[in-house]
Design a protein around this ligand. Sequence first.
Ligand SMILES: Cc1ncc(C[n+]2csc(CCOP(=O)(O)OP(=O)(O)O)c2C)c(N)n1
Ligand SMILES: [Mg+2]
Length: 420
Amino acid sequence: MYLCVPQDILDAEISEQILPTHIPKLAGKASDEDIQSMVSLIEQSSNPIILAGDGVAWSNANASLVHLAEMIGARVYMADGGDINMPEDHPLYFGSTGHMFGEASLPITTNSDCVIAIGCYLLPEVFPHLSDIFSPHAKILHVDSNPFNIAKNHRVDLSLVGEINGLICQLVSSLDQASEGTKARFKANNIHNRKLKEEKVSNIEAIYGLKPGVPDEDYDGKSVFMASGEFCRELSLQMPHNAVIFDEALTNSPPISHYIPAKDLGDKYWTRGGSLGTGFPGAIGIKLADQSREVIGFSGDGGSMYTIQTLWTAARHNIAAKFVVCQNRSYRLLQANIRQFWDERGISHHDYPLCFDLSNPEISFEDIAKSMGVKAERVWKPSQIKSAIARMLSATEPYLINLVLDGDVHPELIGIHCGQ
Ligand SMILES: Cc1ncc(C[n+]2csc(CCOP(=O)(O)OP(=O)(O)O)c2C)c(N)n1
Ligand SMILES: [Mg+2]
C-alpha cells in the first residue's frame, strides 16, 4: 500500500474543537453490607498487607491509606507506582514490590493471610508463576475505582469499586468498631511490622553509608569508590523542603528514599513500568510545570545515556533542573538480575556479560554536559560532596553532578563478546 500525504498537511488549519481533559467524578458509597463483609475478613486476619498503587494518589487518599494501615498494623507496599501514595518514612511503608522478579516478590505476597490491593492492578511484576501467587488460605481484597483492574490476572475474593478515598474512609470507620481483642491483634501487628521496618532501614545505612575506617583521600574514583548514601544525606540537609525529585537512580534509589523520604503527592516521581531514560527528561518536565520548585533528576549512568541529549534542551531553553548521574560504570541492576537468575537455577556465579559493563571507555558525563552547554562537575570523594551540592543548588541554570559510585564492574572482560 502507498499512502501519499500532502507536503503542507501540517500547515492546514483544523476546525475540530479542542476540549479540556475530563476527569470523571466518582460518587456514591458502598453498602454497609459490602463494607462489613470486607471488614470481617480483615478482622479475621492475623497478618494483613496492603498493596497500594497510584489510584490512591489520584483520589487524594494518601492520608486515609495511612489511617487504614495504622489501624490494622499492615505493611504497605507500593505496587506499580509512579507517584507518592504514602510517606516513604512511615514506619509501615515498605517500598515497592518492584516491577520485575516475581520470585523476589513471592515472599511478600505469600507472607500474608489477607492481601488488600488498593488503586492498583495485581500485579505489575513479571510473575513466572501460573499458579496462585498468594498463600492458599489468604483472602484477597481489592478496592479500586477501575473495575478493569480487578481479578484481571490473579484471584480476588472480595472487591469494592468506587471512589477510593471514600471507600477507605468507610472501611476505617467500620474497623473502628472492632472488638477489643481484634484491636489488640492489630496493635501487635503494628509493633511487629514497625520493628521490621527499623531493621530494613538499618540495612540501607549499612549498604549505602560510607565505609568505616576508609579515609577521604583513599576514595580515588578508580579503585576505591563511595556508595551514594552520604550524597543523599547531604542533599537532604541542603535542598529546599519543597524540592521535587525524579528518581531513576535504580540501584541507588534506596538511599534516596531513605535519606530524602518523600512525604506528599508531587514530592517525587518514578517511571511506572520501568522504561529507562526518563530520569532527566522527567526532571525537565517537572521544572517546566512548576518553576518555583527546585527539581533534581537522578539517573543511573546506563539509563542516562538513553536520553542524554535532553541536557541540550535544558541548556537551550534555560530550564534550571538539576541532574545527578550515578556513575557505577555498569548496568548494575541487570547484574543483580542475572545473579538471581543463576541462584534460582543453581548456576554458580561467573563473569557478568560484557554488555552490562560501562567502564571502558570511561564516560565523562561532566564533559558531555559541558559540551551541550550545561555546567557540570565530577564528585568521587566524600569531602567534595558538600560544596558540589551547594554549587548545584545555587545555580540558576541547569547543572549536573557526575557522582562516581561503587558498582560491580569487570573491566577485565573487555574484549569478550556480549553474552559470553
Ligand atoms: C528502555 C529500556 N531498555 C532496557 C531496560 C532494561 N534495563 C533495566 S535496568 C537496566 C540497567 C540500568 O543501568 P543504570 O541506569 O546504569 O542503573 P544501575 O542499574 O547501574 O543502577 C536496563 C538496561 C529498560 N528497563 N528500559
Ligand atoms: Mg549504572
